[in-house]
Design a binder for this molecule. Structure first.
Ligand SMILES: [Fe+2]
Length: 252
C-alpha cells in the first residue's frame, strides 16, 4: 500500500473500480501512505479483547454489543483503513449485481495489535439498491461499521421461532452514514437488513460464531426471514421464513 502511488494507480495497471472506490476513501481522508499509528494497534487489541471475553463467556452477548459499539464509535475511519492490507483486497474484482460482495483482507502487522484474532472479519461492498438481505443468526454475535456510503439499516428482535415464521419486533429503522454502527446477538437486534442508498458503499464487519445459549440447540447459521409479514398485536410482525434466493430477488 505504501509503495502504491496515485500515478501508478491512475495508469490503470492495478485493481478494479472496486479497489479504486476503497482507495478513494483513503485519499479523501488524506491517510494515503501514512504509517499505522500505535493507538490504532491498541484499538484493535481492545476489539480483540472484548471478542475473546465473549468467546470465553466472561461477558454476556449484550455487554459485548455495548462494548464493541463503544469501540466502533471511538475509531477514526482513516485510522482503521490504515490497518487494512489493500494488497490482498486488490485481488477482488467487481461488486455483484445483487446482495453484498464479501471482501476478505488481513490487518497489517502493527505495534500493539494482536497476533491472533478472536473474531472473523470482512468488508462488504454494495452498490445502490444492493442489500445485505434480511436475516437473523443462530449462535452468533456480529457488528457493522459503515466505512463509506449511505445505507438504510433495519434491525429486529427475534422473539419467537415458529416452524414457518419468526415473530419479530422492529427495533432500528434509519439511515446510516459513514462512521455509524450497529450490532447483533442472539439476545438483541438479532435480525438485520441493510440496503445501500449509494454506489460504492462499504461496511466493515466483525463476527464471532459458535456461541452457546443454555438449553438452545440450533445450528450456527444465518436464518433468512422476510420482515414484510403479517402485522400482529403490539407492533410485532409474523414474518415468513425465507431463503437467500427469494430475498435477493425481492430486496436486491
Ligand atoms: Fe448478519
Amino acid at each position: 500500500m505504501d509503495k502504491l502511488s496515485r500515478r501508478e494507480f491512475a495508469r490503470g495497471t492495478i485493481g478494479s473500480l472496486l479497489t479504486w472506490s476503497l482507495l478513494e476513501t483513503l485519499f479523501e481522508n488524506d491517510a494515503f501512505g501514512n504509517e499505522v499509528k500505535p493507538v490504532t494497534g491498541k484499538w484493535l487489541a481492545g476489539v480483540n479483547q472484548v471478542c475473546r471475553d465473549l468467546k470465553d463467556e466472561n461477558i454476556k452477548q449484550v455487554i459485548w454489543q455495548e462494548k464493541i459499539e463503544e469501540l466502533f464509535s471511538k475509531v477514526r475511519l482513516d485510522e482503521l483503513l490504515e490497518l487494512v492490507d489493500f494488497e490482498r483486497l486488490r485481488k477482488n474484482l467487481k461488486i455483484k449485481a445483487k446482495s453484498e460482495t464479501s471482501l476478505r483482507f488481513n490487518f497489517k502487522k502493527t505495534d500493539g495489535a494482536p497476533d491472533r484474532l478472536a473474531f472473523g472479519k470482512q468488508i462488504f461492498a454494495l452498490n445502490k439498491g444492493n442489500s445485505v438481505v434480511p436475516h437473523g443468526h443462530n449462535n452468533m454475535a456480529t457488528a457493522f461499521l459503515i466505512l463509506k456510503g449511505d445505507l438504510h439499516g433495519r434491525h429486529f428482535d427475534r422473539l419467537e421461532d415458529q416452524p414457518k415464521h419468526l415473530i419479530i419486533k422492529p427495533t432500528i429503522d434509519r439511515k446510516f452514514k459513514a462512521g455509524e454502527h450497529s450490532s447483533v446477538s442472539d439476545y438483541k437486534d438479532n435480525i438485520h437488513w441493510f440496503e445501500a442508498l449509494t454506489d460504492n458503499s462499504f461496511i466493515f464487519n466483525i463476527h464471532i460464531l459458535g456461541l452457546k445459549r443454555p438449553g438452545v440447540k440450533l445450528p450456527t447459521s444465518r436464518v433468512y426471514v422476510d420482515p414484510e409479514g403479517e402485522k400482529i398485536k403490539g407492533g410485532l410482525i409474523r414474518a415468513p421464513r425465507s431463503n437467500f434466493r427469494e430475498l435477493i430477488r425481492k430486496y436486491g
